[in-house]
Ligand binder design. Structure first.
Ligand code: PGA
Length: 260
């Protein structure tokens, strides 16, 4: 039975006090759930406070970004050692908002992935096409290009440590989710790329999450698909109730699928 992974990306929301309240409510809401991996990615300023609350819970802490160098004169940046120090196990890399607003390239994402792995951080690497690219029917070409360059020179031992998030840019924060069939089509394509470049075993071990307007009412139809292993949730992770519902719906769907 697949074990879903649900990650909440809080983006640039929540002060420390707000983050503390939110995570406490989420913690109380999921305490009976064992069959799901859960990750919460607050802004940097709230990591330490959230980390304390998550100690001895099954919920893992993640960051939303990281610089590829261990340390140095990079004003305003955060290093992998700093993330480890504060209790992070995961780090989101190459989110489309980083690519779009901060001009991050696949080569830069590739450097970040390599350093994250050196520090035993699990990268959640985002790839996905824009609306224009999909309308031009170039979505597979675009994703393959991001795949080839972001994962350049990663060994099989390294690639199996990653989580991949397919996030079509046109579905992020727009309320417009890819249909489960559209998402599954891309997930199975990514799985095939992994199989061709690495091996079937590697391809099957890597979790591929879907991201883009995931909500309590669409998560079940997404995780029902064989190649969708969970979700990277933005807006709906900012309310405890919807995050908890997404987690419970994902678990219920996977369990129902396994027993049918
Ligand atoms: P959204 O964001 O769920 O608000 O669409 C997803 C993401 O950007 O990771």
């Amino acid at each position: 039975m697949k074990r879903p992974l649900i990650a909440g990306n809080w983006k640039m929301f929540k002060t420390t006090g707000e983050a503390t309240n939110l995570v406490q409510t989420i913690k109380a809401g999921v305490y009976k759930i064992n069959d799901c991996d859960m990750v919460i990615c607050p802004p940097f300023t709230a990591l330490a406070a959230v980390s304390k609350i998550l100690t001895e819970t099954p919920i893992e802490l993640g960051a939303q970004n990281m610089h590829p160098e261990t340390e140095g004169a990079f004003t305003g940046e955060i290093s992998p050692a700093m993330l480890k120090d504060v209790g992070c196990r995961y780090v989101i890399l190459g989110h489309s908002e980083r690519r779009q607003y901060f001009f991050e390239t696949d080569a830069f994402v590739n450097e970040k992935i390599k350093t994250a792995l050196k520090y035993s951080l699990i990268p959640i690497v985002c790839i996905g096409e824009t609306l224009e690219e999909r309308e031009d029917k170039r979505q597979f070409e675009v994703v393959k290009n991001q795949f080839d360059h972001s994962f350049k020179d990663l060994s099989k031992e390294e690639i199996v440590k990653l989580v991949i998030a397919y996030e079509p840019v046109w579905a992020i924060g727009t309320g417009k989710t890819a249909t489960p069939d559209q998402a599954e089509q891309m997930h199975s394509y990514i799985r095939r790329l992994l199989k061709e470049k690495y091996s079937e075993d590697a391809a099957n071990r890597i979790a591929i999450l879907y991201g883009g307007s995931v909500k309590p009412d669409n998560i079940a139809s997404l995780v029902k698909k064989p190649n969708i292993d969970g979700a990277l949730v933005g807006g709906a992770s900012l309310k405890a109730e919807s995050f908890v519902q997404i987690v419970s719906q994902a678990v219920a769907e996977v369990e129902a699928g396994a027993s049918s």
